[in-house]
Design a protein around this ligand. Structure first.
Ligand SMILES: [Zn+2]
Length: 170
């Protein structure tokens, strides 16, 4: 009986041992997989393309188009290319001309400064006033507004036309 039981016990204990080993192996495998996953998460987040957002105008910035220093932000504009390069301009007309050169398909976002607040706004959401009587760095006479009423008031003051971004960038 003892003899008969012995191999069974041995077998059981050996099978327990092997199960235990399997468990250890699978735990090790689990740790390894978790580690690998964490590595990929870190790697992917590091490689993520930066967010598309406007950059502030700082002292020393020059217009990409005409190379003039950008000293008055309320006339400024910029665009972000699809490969995340920010191009800054001293006048909205410089942005329009440079966008034609770069190609609309290569541009991810356009920003213009709201004339009264000097805060960036998406060019597509802005109201533009264009008049020969308005003086801007490159004499385009184009100003951008976030507020339509403000744009209309100025437009009537200068007998200017109110335009949208799609009218400027064709
Ligand atoms: Zn310029």
């Amino acid at each position: 009986m003892k003899r008969f039981c012995q191999p069974i016990q041995t077998h059981e204990s050996s099978s327990k041992l092997s199960r235990c080993r399997q468990l250890l192996r699978s735990k090790r495998l689990g740790f390894a997989l978790t580690g690998l996953l964490a590595f990929w998460v870190v790697l992917l987040s590091a490689c993520q393309t930066p967010e598309i957002k406007p950059l502030e105008i700082v002292t020393g910035d020059t217009c990409v188009r005409c190379k003039a220093p950008i000293t008055e932000k309320h006339f400024a504009a910029e665009f972000v290319t699809k490969d995340r390069f920010v191009r800054k301009f001293d006048d909205i007309s410089c942005l329009v001309q440079h966008a034609a050169k770069v190609g609309k398909n290569n541009i991810a976002a356009y920003y213009v400064a709201d004339f009264p607040s000097q805060k960036w706004l998406k060019a597509e959401e802005a109201y533009f006033v264009q008049s020969d009587q308005i003086s801007t760095p490159k004499n385009s006479g184009i100003l951008a507004f976030k507020d339509e009423a403000q744009a209309k008031t100025l437009a009537s003051q200068y007998q200017a036309k109110l335009v949208k971004f799609s009218d400027l960038i064709k």
